[in-house]
Write a protein that binds this ligand. Structure first.
Ligand code: ZN
Ligand code: FE
Length: 259
């Protein structure tokens, strides 16, 4: 069993989720079908499922071409995306199972970036595919939901086992951690991850996956209770209270302006 990252567009990832025995695989998100199909072929796999995390074109733009190339593929996506996932065959809700051949994944509803954003969690692989909700060191923008909704979505992901591998939708790590350092400059785990990310990118390597345990140690969007983060925010706005949602919202606003 393996997860294979397939870079897409400028900084997106598609991921193949492959079962070695059957040779069957699914792909989580696809913008550029050609690149995905050639990876499928190069590994001698058979594409049987498309798992879409949310409706944005940089995640589903390749769906129809995949369906054309492999007409029997199942295309999973959230019912709550309201028909915006091209080629969808199976509308899913949180708690449903999806199948990449014999590999079963659980759907976790994590709205806010989009209203029907979902993650796919394969416990047998210890792998979480979370699209544009949780990034290494960051979180997605609040396009279709507010801060409280995003916090609740992230809390579901943070509740997974610490050794869960986090496969997110974009290579945003270095910029995310640069921002995080403005709020928690003394956080040692954060500083070390940042230095690692800079080195890794310098070598043209990817920074995915991280783990849920790691994310809890440096991701500001999972750290609204960090005293250092709170103190940094209060220095900018002494009127900011202790409400975690307000702290989260302010952190998100600052990140929107940072990059
Ligand atoms: Zn998106
Ligand atoms: Fe995206």
């Amino acid at each position: 069993m393996a997860v294979i990252a397939v870079p897409q567009l400028k900084d997106n990832f598609a991921y193949l989720v492959a079962d070695d025995d059957s040779g069957e695989c699914g792909v989580v998100d696809c913008a550029e079908a050609d690149k995905v199909l050639s990876e499928v072929e190069r590994h001698g796999l058979n594409l049987v499922a498309v798992l879409s995390t949310h409706w944005h074109a940089d995640h589903v733009g390749g769906n129809l071409q995949l369906v054309q190339a492999a007409p029997s593929v199942r295309v999973y996506g959230a019912r709550a995306e309201g028909g915006r996932i091209p080629g969808i065959t199976d509308e899913v809700d949180g708690g449903d199972m999806v199948w990449a051949g014999p590999l079963g994944g659980e759907v976790i509803g994590i709205p806010a970036h989009t209203n029907g954003h979902v993650a796919y969690y394969f416990s047998t692989l210890k792998a979480l595919f979370c699209g544009d909700t949780l990034f290494v060191g960051g979180c997605g923008r609040l396009f279709e939901g507010g801060a409280a909704t995003m916090m609740a979505s992230l809390a579901k992901l943070a509740a997974l086992p610490d050794d869960t591998l986090v496969y997110c939708g974009h290579e945003y790590t270095q910029k995310n951690l640069e921002f995080a350092l403005t709020l928690e400059p003394k956080n040692r785990a954060l500083r070390e991850k940042y230095e690692w990310a800079v080195q890794t990118r310098r070598q043209n390597k990817w920074t995915v996956p991280s783990t849920i345990g790691e994310e809890k140690s440096y991701n500001p969007f999972l750290r609204t209770d960090s005293p250092e983060l709170r103190a940094s925010l209060k220095r900018l706005d002494p009127a900011l209270g202790d409400d975690p949602v307000a702290i989260f919202a302010r952190t998100r606003e600052l990140k929107d302006r940072f990059a």
